[in-house]
Write a protein that binds this ligand. Structure first.
Ligand code: FAD
Length: 423
């Protein structure tokens, strides 16, 4: 693994290791990501946004820095980060380039879900041994070759919200599976080496698809029958290149399974914080909006005339309100990522939804307030704030835990205990 970039930068940690009692590993990983973000991600971020192009150069450098293997278990060659260590590190990355952090999350989930999460779940010893052997192939590709995995699950229907089974199907054939279906908003489309596709196994005689039969399969980018379709010219998160993926009779061998049959279903029920991993990027963007505002009002933004605006009471009030919102967001999110684990209590799940909602909505609110407070010059494309504003707007839309769905579930679960109904 390469050493830290020479210009480690001067930004303070989002979560101060001493104040938040981070582990040594968390302190080291977040410091590494912050240095990497300032030196590598920040200078390039405007380009991916302007071109709506994938940050290939960043991935090459992330491979060199060991970051592609952050959640691969240490004994299997990775950095061995668990859920919280990853979330804290990803927030530091999101601070400097939202699109890179968000796509990195799709990649990292392919290792976190197959690694630490799967170790927590029930699995027969033989199936676990097969799984460990299979995942080593994926991990080797990542660590050795810098292979990048994406995570397309959205289909434009209720499946990505967790309501029904995925409409993309996998049928067993000799030696493997045949995949058919379509995924929308597939970040890294055309750029990942493998698409980690969630699909439903279909068998002869099945009357309807079941969520219990969800499979998680790694489809090579160039497999016959895989096509990337559609335009990509969105409001924000432009570097994610989230185009549509179509699979027509795509064959993958049995070893393409990233998780054993039934395990994704078990994970979704028993490890629900797995769906919070889209939030760290937006935690980072919330911090970035605040940081920008403070530097700008102090007349310290690089490349801008050193005009101070901090003496106006309206600016001071706005920054105070932003700070309150940022502290609330950090505190709730930190507790929720600390809660994460197998079979959380109802309280912990409600808190996870509240935290997800808060981060996604507050990142957008903080960015909007930053623009209003800093003023007209701050939204020029030569400065990062207007990109942060557009990127932050996307957080609430991310299934399965959109801001709306978090509210929907929170309200219902807070008022009803299991099995309760009204006449
Ligand atoms: C930048 C970006 C990158 C993305 N990357 C990926 C990716 O890599 N992989 C991937 O799989 N997806 C990805 N997505 C897709 C994302 O997770 C959603 O699937 C997508 O935004 C849904 O858009 P839609 O218009 O089809 O939403 P719809 O399904 O039409 O839903 C619209 C809204 O209605 C609400 N809603 C939806 N279903 C229900 C329900 N059953 N009950 C009540 N309310 C509901 C939700 O709040 C939702 O926001 C990405 C999205 C963005 C914006």
């Amino acid at each position: 693994m390469d050493a830290l970039p020479a210009a480690a930068g001067t930004d303070a940690p989002i979560f101060d290791p001493a104040a938040f009692r981070l582990t040594e590993q968390e302190a080291a990983l977040t410091a590494r990501a912050r240095a990497f973000g300032q030196a590598v991600l920040a200078p390039r971020a405007a380009r991916w946004d302007r071109e709506a192009s994938f940050p290939t150069d960043n991935y090459r450098d992330m491979h060199r820095a060991g970051l592609l293997g952050i959640c691969i278990p240490a004994e299997e060659g990775g950095l061995g980060a668990g859920f919280r260590a990853y979330c804290l590190t990803a927030a530091e990355m999101g601070r400097y380039c939202g699109a890179t952090a968000l796509t990195w999350n799709m990649h990292v989930c392919s290792t976190l879900w197959t690694g630490a999460l799967t170790e927590d779940l029930d699995l027969a010893p033989v199936a676990r041994a097969v799984h460990r052997a299979r995942r080593q192939r994926h991990y080797d590709r990542i660590l050795r070759d810098g292979a990048v995995y994406s995570q397309p699950f959205s289909e434009g229907g209720a499946a990505a919200a967790g309501g029904v089974a995925f409409g993309t199907t996998a049928k067993r054939v000799p030696g493997g599976f045949l995949i058919n279906g379509k995924k929308i908003f597939a970040s890294l489309a055309g750029h990942a080496d493998f698409y980690g596709v969630l699909c439903t196994e279909v068998r002869e005689g099945d009357e309807k698809l079941s969520r219990r039969d969800t499979l998680y399969l790694a489809i090579p980018k160039d497999a016959p029958g895989v096509t990337v379709e559609g335009e990509w010219d969105p409001l924000g998160m432009r570097g994610t290149v989230s185009r549509n993926l179509v699979f027509r009779d795509v064959f993958v061998e049995e070893d393409a399974a990233l998780m054993p049959p039934g395990l994704y279903f078990q994970a979704a029920l028993r490890w629900p914080h797995m769906f919070m991993t889209l939030s760290p990027t937006y935690m980072g963007l919330a911090q970035a909006a605040y940081d920008f505002t403070v530097k700008y009002l102090r007349g310290e933004w690089p490349g801008m005339p050193p005009v101070k605006r901090r003496m106006y009471p309206t600016k001071q009030i706005a920054v105070a309100e932003m700070r309150v919102m940022l502290e609330q967001t950090k505190a709730l999110w930190f507790q929720a990522i600390t809660d994460a684990g197998l079979d959380p209590s109802k309280e912990q799940v409600l808190r996870a939804w509240a935290a997800q909602h808060t981060v996604m909505e507050n990142a957008a609110a903080l960015a909007a307030k930053a623009v209003r407070t800093c003023g007209g010059q701050s939204m020029l494309k030569s400065l990062p704030l207007e990109r942060i504003y557009r990127d932050a707007r996307c957080g609430s839309l991310m299934l399965p835990w959109t801001a709306e769905l978090c509210i929907d579930r929170l309200g219902r679960e807070a008022l009803y205990e299991k099995g309760e109904a009204d006449d």
